[in-house]
Design a protein around this ligand. Structure first.
Ligand SMILES: C[S@@+](CC[C@H](N)C(=O)[O-])C[C@H]1O[C@@H](n2cnc3c(N)ncnc32)[C@H](O)[C@@H]1O
Length: 324
């Protein structure tokens, strides 16, 4: 049984002027998809101080999808992944720490006094599951990712799996959230990321979030490739803008998935997490046609000076055995 509205539409589309008369319907249909976000803009404009790197929580459904994504990538059960997402969201110490540091920090006039990690909770779950020895994040800004990643490493350490965090940033004021106790397992290297990365001998989990030009992002992946184990994980924070990490993954025989973030009660459409990983059960896979095309595109776009001659990664363990 059709509603009266549907019957009117069905009638109108069959008339010569139906296309014209249905314009308001079409406009309303399109608007319905965007209006829910538009309504947050006026209140945010007046209440928030943020101008960039916006903070918000993600929706409940999105958290569920994130737990599934982490589970598929790492092979742990959904309940384990969801448990780690809950662990960081229920951590009152880190929330207090962030709010207090924001209140006193150099960016207090451009920050909201809240602690909302958004998609970064997925980064946390990966560190808790994979127990990496060395975690690197390029681009730290205030240091929201830094404290979260260090919190994960501290919990790993308490369970007998020690690890270290290195953040990089070109801005000497960046990273002010990374203070005690979180700085016991991590520190910031100031200067250009590519240069800082060259001083780090091995990396188990890499987060790219610095200069977001495609060319710079490519150079970061090329720089870390020889330092990353075959099972090392790369998380790209720019994958909603370009396919650099997808191409890099195809070219290197790595798997790639993209998790789309859905902010809760915020106008921002959301970023995402690009996840580049290697499945143990595809160790000798031959490059596909897609991989060969990706390789050509990747290298033609890459600054020749930035190419590292050693393009094949050396083995570094992720998923370490428990420290004695
Ligand atoms: C989007 S913010 C990082 C956000 C952070 N990862 C977080 O979780 O909140 C990007 C940061 O990259 C830094 N940056 C930009 N270009 C850089 C470069 N060439 N080397 C190092 N850091 C850079 C900026 O100073 C900025 O703090």
């Amino acid at each position: 049984m059709f509603s009266p509205k549907k019957m009117v539409k069905r009638f109108l589309v069959q008339t010569p002027v139906g296309g014209f008369l249905l314009m308001p319907f079409r406009f309303a249909t399109a608007l319905r998809h965007y209006a829910p976000k538009l309504k947050y803009i006026p209140s945010w404009t007046f209440s928030s101080r943020e101008t960039t790197n916006f903070t918000y929580e993600i929706t409940v459904k999105n958290q569920e999808y994130l737990a599934h994504t982490v589970s598929v990538v790492t092979g742990v059960p959904y309940s384990t992944a969801a448990g780690y997402l809950r662990e960081i969201q229920e951590d009152e110490n880190i929330k207090r720490h962030v709010v207090e540091r924001v209140r006193k920090g150099p960016k207090r006039r451009a920050s909201d006094e809240t602690c909302a990690f958004g998609r970064r909770v997925g980064w946390y779950a990966f560190v808790r599951i994979l127990k990496p020895r060395v975690v690197v994040e390029t681009g730290v800004d205030k240091g929201l990712g830094s404290v979260l990643l260090c919190a994960a490493l501290m919990r790993n350490q308490a369970e007998g799996f020690p690890g270290q965090y290195f953040g990089t940033d070109i801005n000497p004021d960046a990273g002010f959230l990374l203070a005690e106790p979180y700085n016991s397992v991590g520190r910031i290297l100031y200067g250009d990321s590519i240069q800082s990365l060259q001083s780090i001998p091995s990396i188990d989990l890499f987060v790219n979030d610095s200069d977001h030009s495609a060319q710079y992002e490519r150079r970061e992946y090329e720089t870390i490739a020889p330092k990353l184990s075959n099972r090392g994980l790369i998380l790209g924070d720019n994958c909603h803008c370009n396919d650099v990490l997808a191409d890099f993954s195809a070219m290197r025989g790595r798997q790639f998935v993209f998790f789309r973030e859905e902010p809760r009660d915020h106008w921002y459409p959301g970023g995402g997490i690009g996840i580049s990983f290697v499945r143990d059960f595809f160790p000798t896979q031959r490059p596909s046609a897609r991989a060969l095309v990706a390789e050509e595109r990747f290298h033609s776009a890459l600054d020749a000076d930035a190419l590292d001659s050693d393009r094949f990664p050396s083995p570094v363990m992720v998923g370490q055995s428990k420290a004695e």
